[in-house]
Structures are given as structure tokens and as C-alpha cells.
Design a protein around this ligand. Structure first.
Ligand code: AMP
Ligand code: MG
Length: 337
């Protein structure tokens, strides 16, 4: 059993209607109610597992540099150049000083390249469910992520029959997805599969959007891709101590063409390694002063992940494009509300 496939990415940008039309549409309302259930199911699952929800900072002197080709937004903070958060990774790690298990539900702003306006899965403003656990390994993080996402699917299937029906979805399909174990393949195996499909995927780079969607379309169950090569991700994804060049990280890809909904990793947390990795990834450590000060004093080892809320909503609701999962959507490059 799989979820219905969305339209393939193409060269057309379907523009969101103005708020008057978008917010009054019964379909939008059904999608936003589903999103509300995704959030409440997430909060109830994580609270029962001993997590503390922290409210995330929105601006800071520095933000996650690891976003594929997206530009950061500057803010004038009393004469200092601050950034809008592209992700909460730096604050997530530092928050472990207070609690061992934390999560945020955070807005992120990324000025994505214009060509992403037609991928149907990029917004310039979106939200992440950001989870981090002190002392956890990569495999602890994938196990937790799988339990969480399956709980979300099961909760939506059980409680949101009317909304799913209005959107043309069968709750039984979602329940079936919730009942399946997720698969796992290494980045190296994903590269081989893509090459067998005549897709020229580099073994040293991130899976490109087309490749990721190809793998997603041919899959019938959610799967983790693990062990991305160094160089494809930010300085905070921990490098394997036994296999140099391999990162202890993962993505979760949903079947049916919906693609990546989550990225996560074991974290680099030791001060000297962080400085080295920053330099290797072209980042100036001086910019990250507050974070490195914390790291020098000692951030716990950890692992965690971030789930794209609108992308997860898109897959649950069976939407052709991710903007339908936002009340005030921002498509890259498109001027809107
Ligand atoms: P990343 O740190 O880039 O892997 O982002 C974490 C998660 O946020 C991804 O797995 C996506 O689900 C989501 N995400 C990232 N960029 C975007 C975007 N431009 N629009 C919507 N969701 C996004
Ligand atoms: Mg990612």
C-alpha cells in the first residue's frame, strides 16, 4: 500500500490563489486541520517520551550554513548584522545544556534558488519539527523518528477521516503506511540504484532532487538513506570515527514521489573538531563565536533530526504541491501575502 503520487516536478509554477480564496477553500481548511493533528500527535508523542518543548529563536548572529544553495536573510539588529534562522541546529545542540531531550517547532526562512519554484516541494518560509537527544546515536535517532512518524500517520488515519475523505484520501492507506517498518539504505546503495535507472548521481554529493524523487516514486514504503559523504552536509553532522569521509547522518524519504521529509544526524560537538569541520566547509569559525564558546565549555554528544512540517502535511494530505500545506505560502521568487 502506498500514498497516491503527486504530480511530477515540471516547468510550471502553479501560483497560490490570494488569501481570500486560499483560506476560505474547504480543501485548504481540511489540509490545515490535518496539519494541526500532525502537530498535536507530535507533541503528545514527544511529551510521553520525556521531551521538553522549547520555543525557538527566530534571529541570531549566525544560522545554519548547510542549506543546499539557499541564501540567508539579514536583519539589522541595532547595527549588527543578524540572520533569520534557516534552521535551529545551533540552538538545538546548545539547548541540551538545559534538558537531555528537547524539541522546537520553528519557522525557517531560506531564499531558495529560483529553479526550486517548480519542484513543488520548496517554500521560502516553512516550519521544522526539530528534535535533539543527548547521548543518542544515529540509529537511536532513526528509531525515534520512525516511531514518531508512524504515530503521526496512525493518528491522522484514526482521527481525520472527514478531512482525508474531502481530500480524496483513504485513511486505510495511511493506516497501512503506519503499520509498515521503514526501510534503510546507504547513500552508496542509493547511488547504485539511481545509476541503474540511468540517473547520473555522484557518489560524493547529496542526492539531487530529481534522483531523490526517482527513488521515492519507485518505493512503496518510507526509507532512510544513511551515511552521506562528507562535503554534502554541514559541519555539525558527525563524521564516522571508523570510516573517515562518511557522515553518521540520514534522510527520511517518503514513497510515491513525496521525497525527503526529514534530515538528521549524530552531531559533531567537540570544539576542535567543530572548528576543523567549519574550516573544511568554508565557514569562518569567528562568526560562530557564541556557539563555539558553548562547545568549548562542553555541549553533550547528541543526535537528532528536523522534519519539514509542510512536506509531511503534503504527503499525509496527498497534495500535488507543498504550498497547499501553508496558510500564507511563500513560493521562492513569488511575491505574495
Ligand atoms: P534540511 O536541513 O535542509 O535537510 O531541512 C530539513 C527538512 O526541512 C527537510 O527534510 C525538509 O522536510 C524541510 N525543508 C527544507 N527546505 C525546505 C523548503 N525550502 N521548503 C519546505 N521544506 C523544506
Ligand atoms: Mg535535508
Amino acid at each position: 500500500m502506498t500514498i497516491a503520487p503527486p504530480a511530477p516536478a515540471d516547468s510550471t509554477t502553479v501560483l497560490p490563489p490570494p488569501p481570500l480564496e486560499h483560506l476560505r477553500s474547504p480543501r485548504t481548511r481540511a489540509v490545515l486541520r490535518l496539519q494541526q493533528r500532525i502537530l498535536s500527535a507530535t507533541r503528545e508523542f514527544l511529551a510521553a517520551d520525556g521531551f521538553t518543548e522549547l520555543l525557538p529563536p527566530v534571529i541570531g548572529p549566525v544560522t545554519d550554513p548547510g542549506a543546499r544553495g539557499a541564501k540567508q536573510v539579514d536583519v539589522d539588529y541595532y547595527g549588527h548584522r543578524y540572520k533569520l534562522m534557516t534552521s535551529g541546529i545551533l540552538y538545538k545542540q546548545a539547548s541540551l545544556l538545559a534538558f537531555d531531550k528537547i524539541f522546537n517547532i520553528a519557522p525557517n526562512v531560506r531564499l531558495e534558488p529560483l529553479e526550486t519554484a517548480t519542484t513543488h516541494r520548496h517554500l521560502a518560509e516553512f516550519h521544522q519539527i526539530d528534535v535533539e537527544v543527548a547521548g543518542a546515536t544515529r540509529d537511536d535517532a532513526t528509531a525515534l523518528a520512525e516511531r514518531l512518524v508512524r504515530h503521526v500517520f496512525a493518528s491522522c488515519a484514526a482521527d481525520m477521516g472527514d478531512e482525508l475523505a474531502l481530500l480524496g484520501r483513504d485513511p486505510a492507506d495511511l493506516a497501512a503506511l503506519a503499520a509498515q517498518d521503514f526501510e534503510r539504505l546507504s547513500h552508496g546503495e542509493a547511488v547504485l540504484r539511481l545509476r541503474a535507472m540511468d540517473h547520473p548521481q555522484s557518489q560524493d554529493a547529496e542526492l539531487d532532487w530529481v534522483g531523490e524523487e526517482l527513488l521515492s516514486r519507485e518505493s512503496v514504503r518510507p526509507f532512510f538513506v544513511v551515511d552521506y559523504p562528507k562535503g554534502s552536509r554541514g559541519f555539525y553532522d558527525r563524521e564516522s570515527r571508523t570510516e573517515p569521509g562518511v557522515l553518521r547522518n540520514f534522510d527520511l524519504i517518503l514513497p510515491g514521489g513525496y521525497g525527503e521529509v526529514m534530515s538528521g544526524s549524530e552531531r559533531e560537538h567537540e570544539y576542535t573538531r567543530l572548528v576543523t569541520r567549519m574550516r573544511e566547509t568554508g565557514e569562518n569559525p569567528a562568526k560562530y563565536r557564541w556557539y563555539l564558546d558553548v562547545a568549548r565549555a562542553g555541549i553533550p554528544a547528541s543526535a537528532g533530526f528536523g522534519i519539514g512540517l509542510e512536506r509531511l502535511t503534503r504527503a499525509v494530505a496527498g497534495l500535488d504541491a507543498v504550498w497547499r500545506a501553508s496558510s500564507f505560502p511563500k513560493i521562492p521568487g513569488v511575491v505574495s501575502a
